[in-house]
Design a binder for this molecule. Sequence first.
Ligand code: BMA
Length: 317
Amino acid sequence: MSPHVIDPSSVFNPGAVQHNGKTFLLLRVQTRGRRTFTVPARGDGFTFKVAKRPVEYSGLENLVDPDTGAQLVIHHVYDARITALDDNLVVVTAVDTDQGCRLAIWQAVGKPQAGFAGLNELELIGFTDNRDTRNGVLFPTMIDGRYLMLDRPNDRRSSGGPSTGRGILLLASDDLAHWKELGPVMTGRPHYWDELIGSGPPPVKTREGWLHIYHGVATHFLGANLYQAGAVLLDLEDPRRVLARTRDNLLEPRETWEMTGQVPNVVFPTGLTVAETDDEGFAVTSSELRLYYGAADTVVGLAVSTVAEVIAACEST
Ligand code: BMA
């Protein structure tokens, strides 16, 4: 059994999912040694009970780098995004190794009806591949008989910050364990709010397209990286096609707790729930949309809107 988390100093970037009328989060928790834990929480969407122990990850033992054969040393597992896939909860996390960042796909082991929806024990399905990449999100349905995922390769380093990137890609898999790249989806817009980009929470199926919240980073403010959030609508059949995108951001750091903290000026969305879906699995447009995000890499924020309002903010491209 995993030990208790002693003396946490920051709680942020939560994955979120709704199940049987409850909202479940996977919180990224750091202690003073800057060690990373994932801690489940459950509640009504606004108030949460946090589990006493962190998530137990299994399958990370004895992994080797497929290119060099060297043993992979794992440092942090973080930024969990949760997707409800039929009756299973599947989680995608970033994994910092001594060879760079990888994306891992996890299966919730426990029963979904269990206290924390089975999210307190996660078993490794596999890594997407051996690229340095982050911000992986799995689509909630198969398309053309395949699982689809968005990810964002790390191909540059922001000043003083972690490796990052400016392009989101689409990947496909038959079994969640082996992935191949299908092609680019979107890139950052130099000089504006979303110069560098990465996926936020998993996309939501709407009749207008896949509604996807992403983060954008403005890097042109002398040493300060401003993390914001906007939205994009992707084609339902071929999510490589961008149908519409917000010109401006929809959320930016304005509150004191978004502007100050471990990393200043950060809103980083990672969890999203929609109250109602119709019989065919499309989000009801009048439905409330709740966006859970990390603020200043220190606390968790919640922004509320409706599906219709976010779709309306996207402009045709
Ligand atoms: C990104 C990721 C996130 C982090 C954000 C802001 O590159 O590393 O985990 O919250 O930067 O620091």
